[in-house]
Design a protein around this ligand. Structure first.
Ligand code: FAD
Length: 388
């Protein structure tokens, strides 16, 4: 079975490795001239890392990743701990796979490096596709054509494949923007920040930060409520002074991190409503192409890795019934991805509460129920997407 994957992001690359391992003839087509990820971090939880471990990427992940000890939820002004849940050895022992923090480029390179070079076609921007009887023909801007039994659109939130299948529809601006910064460790020594995932919650915004690149850099993401967004670009250069002004009155650690940004970029955060379906004939979608979500569960990329695992298992089990396998893929994956889209949106409201009765209720619930405790997070981290 020949499979064409459009998009060489984390979703497309990891799907390619999983499909190859299932014995399929896979090719990835990426529009960019080389595999490149933006300068930012990414958290990979055990539900995704267990799938990457099975691909033999354990030592590469260990070399590139940082293992956080805990996830620390804190108050915006006085820094008080609202909840602290384990992410280190206890999580690995319970769920059989570690929690990692990566620089995005390290993760993308690690995945691309595991793919035989002849299977990765950069400089291939998909512009059109046609389904004829049992074949799919993809047409690229450079004039190339590719024929396959199945085409997978892993081409992100602005998915061309999705538009070709279901018609044009712009992603919606969620009302949140994120400033991101990568701070060299030597600039923030005095802050003495623990190797953990830190989430500071405050009025109309939150800040997440964690170590990446072997602890050489701190990845910082500052998310705020923003109103309208008219700029088409979603990765503009920002101004560090604007970020500091927006976080006036926040804890000195938060302000110390922002003040140490060498530069900052703005991300306008978009999502989409749940799609009625993901597949048409022998073409399907995965990752942000079909279920983009706000980052407040840190699960967008993890879910795209899970998509690839489910697809690989099903195609291996049902090689003579591709459309049946795609129907099953959608049936097992869509409810879970939708649940995470909804949980991410709910966390946005929860993280951005103004001080008052609602915030006190949240803080009390965090302190007593521990939504990230080992017992409560099993549905997410314990899931094995390949077991379909
Ligand atoms: P993309 O990464 O968008 O990749 C799509 C690829 O397709 C790109 O390489 C693109 O160039 C290519 N492409 C596009 N169009 C074409 C075309 N026509 N032809 C050929 N190629 C094409 N997720 C987590 O799991 N953990 C986190 O900690 C986390 N943090 C986040 C923080 C922020 C602030 C944000 C915004 C997101 C975060 N996410 C996180 C979500 C995660 O970044 C995305 O869900 C993930 O990158 C999606 O991967 P993808 O491969 O589906 O899409």
């Amino acid at each position: 079975m020949r499979v064409a994957i459009v998009g060489g992001g984390i979703g497309g690359l990891s799907a390619a490795l999983q499909l190859l391992k299932a014995g399929l003839d896979v090719h990835v087509y990426e529009q960019a001239p080389r595999i490149a990820e933006i300068g930012a971090g990414i958290q990979i939880s055990p539900n995704a890392s267990r799938l990457l471990l099975r691909l033999g990427l354990g030592s590469a992940m260990e070399a590139a990743g940082v293992r956080p000890r805990a996830v620390h939820q804190r108050r915006w002004d006085d820094g008080r701990t609202l909840q602290r849940a384990p992410l280190g050895s206890e999580i690995e022992a319970t769920f059989g796979a570690p929690y990692y923090h990566f620089h995005r480029a390290d993760l993308a390179n690690l995945l691309a490096g595991a793919l035989p070079p002849e299977r990765l076609h950069v400089g291939h921007k998909l512009i059109d596709l046609a389904q004829k009887s049992e074949r799919v023909v993809a047409r690229f801007e450079n004039g190339a054509l590719s024929e396959a039994d199945l085409l997978v659109g892993a081409d992100g939130i602005h998915s061309r494949v999705r538009t070709l299948l279901f018609g044009p529809e712009k992603p919606r601006f969620t009302g949140c923007v994120a400033w991101r910064g990568l701070v060299p460790a030597e600039r923030i020594k005095r802050l003495d920040i623990e190797i953990a995932s830190h989430n500071w919650m405050g009025p109309d915004g939150h800040v997440v930060h964690y170590w990446v690149a072997g602890g050489r850099m701190m990845n910082v993401v500052c998310v705020v409520e923003h109103g309208a967004w008219t700029n088409e670009s979603w990765t503009d250069k920002g101004d560090v002074g604007d970020v500091l002004a927006r976080y006036e009155g926040w804890h000195p650690t938060v302000r110390g991190l922002i003040g140490a940004f060498p530069e900052t970029f703005i991300w306008a955060l978009h999502d989409r409503a749940e799609l009625p379906r993901w597949s048409l004939g022998r073409v399907t979608l995965l990752g942000d192409a079909c279920h983009p979500m706000l980052p407040m569960m840190a699960q967008g990329a993890a879910q795209s890795i899970e998509d690839g695992a489910a697809l690989a298992s099903l195609l291996k089990a049902m090689p003579d019934d591709i459309e049946g396998a795609l129907a099953r893929y959608e049936a097992v994956r869509k409810p879970r991805a939708t649940k995470l889209q909804q949980a991410s949106a709910a966390n946005r409201a929860r993280f951005h509460l103004h001080d008052g009765p609602e915030q006190r209720k949240r803080d009390e619930a965090m302190a007593t129920s521990g939504d990230r405790s080992v017992a409560n997070i099993g549905w997410l981290y314990g899931h094995d997407a390949a077991a379909v």
